[in-house]
Ligand binder design. Structure first.
Ligand code: NAP
Length: 322
């Protein structure tokens, strides 16, 4: 089938990544809106895309029948990972029969299986860096299970291991440090090649159009930086000095928890992963897929100067329902 005749499907279509992917498909790749299926739990949010001709379809990973309708007729599907479910932290990975128990995995596999039932030829999944067990970054177990299920499934596949969005860290961690003037890190001299969500969307759109079967793409930024280097850039751009305190990841977690930080386990595990070198990679995979280079962290931070109000933003699980 000629590329132009393929129907391309995106799940999580009203989310930050999903909307950017669809924009990229239309604007950069010239995909006709009618050839795009946007799957979302909230079709009303995508009324503007529907008005442009995109096929907006309701689909909820908790409702497999809705997914059968949503995936019908698609040739290639981008399954965007859903957020970790706070309830999952109390669950082991699998039951006695080896079936996944964690709600995030169950949801993602429901989407992958629906794609298979619908005859989708190629599934693309947004994973995370170095998810192979054992990993201190506990949320990656879900990505690993999903990757494994896709690899052993019946469709062609590509895996996109997205490195960290600076968007997320700027909003929920770095901005607050710029406000308080202090930042505790357990990352030591480890490095991370942050890559903006916008660039992850460019890679995902390109993979949806032309990603190769059997490829695991490492979607990294252009430079792997230490936390000291990240804060040198943040301070230079925002004019606010920040004193970094280096501690062990365990001490970092204890200090964040003492401050009532809801994301303490996530941030501490991420910093430990950085310390272990799990994010220290600059790959050429983005360039190969997208035909260009991703934005530098410096450029991203210049485009997102931190306001006084942002320094007071806190993360609440209640605002991010599963
Ligand atoms: N690499 C990183 O640094 C990083 C950082 C944060 C997150 N992530 C991962 O990347 C994913 C995409 O990022 P994002 O910024 O686009 O997140 P986002 O804005 O939260 O979008 C995620 C989307 O997942 C969909 N979703 C959630 N539960 C679902 C369900 N039960 N059934 C169907 N769809 C469901 C929702 O789409 P609809 O509302 O349209 O149904 C939601 O908007 C995240 O979900 C997370 O797994 C990566």
């Amino acid at each position: 089938m000629a590329d132009k005749e393929q129907t391309l499907l995106v799940t999580g279509a009203s989310g930050g990544l999903g909307q950017l992917v669809i924009e990229n498909l239309i604007e950069r790749h010239g995909v006709a809106p009618e050839r795009i299926v946007a799957v979302t739990r909230s079709p009303a949010k995508l009324a503007q895309l529907a008005a442009r001709g995109v096929q907006v379809r309701p689909g909820d990973f908790d409702d497999p029948a809705s997914l059968d309708r949503a995936f019908a007729g698609a040739d290639r599907a981008l399954v965007i990972s859903v957020d970790a479910d706070p309830l999952d932290s109390y669950l082991s990975d699998t039951d006695m029969l080896g079936n996944p128990k964690r709600r995030r995995v169950v949801r993602q596999l429901a989407a992958v299986q629906a794609a298979e039932r619908a005859g989708v030829r190629h599934v693309i999944y947004t994973s995370a860096p170095n998810p192979e067990p054992p990993t201190v970054c506990f949320w990656k177990r879900d990505h690993w299970h999903t990757e494994e299920a896709i690899r052993s499934g019946g469709t062609d596949w590509s895996i996109l291991r997205m490195w960290e969005y600076p968007d997320f860290h700027l909003t929920y961690s770095w901005a607050q440090a710029l406000g308080s003037g202090s930042f505790v890190t357990g990352a030591g001299s480890g490095r991370c090649a942050f890559i903006a969500r916008e660039d992850c969307a460019r890679a995902a759109a390109a993979a949806l159009v032309r990603g190769e079967h059997g490829r695991v793409y490492d979607i990294t930024g252009t430079q792997a930086l230490t936390m000291d280097e990240v804060f040198d850039q943040l301070t230079a751009i925002n004019g606010r000095p920040v004193e970094l305190t280096h501690v062990s990841p365990q001490e970092m977690r204890a200090r964040l928890e003492a401050n009532g930080e809801e994301l303490a386990p996530v941030f501490a595990a991420f910093h430990e992963g950085v310390r272990q070198g799990k994010y220290d990679c600059v790959s050429g995979d983005f360039d190969e897929l997208a035909g260009t280079t991703p934005d530098t962290l410096d450029h991203f931070l210049r485009a997102h100067p931190v306001t006084e109000e942002q320094t007071r933003v806190t993360y609440r699980f209640a605002d991010h329902p599963a």
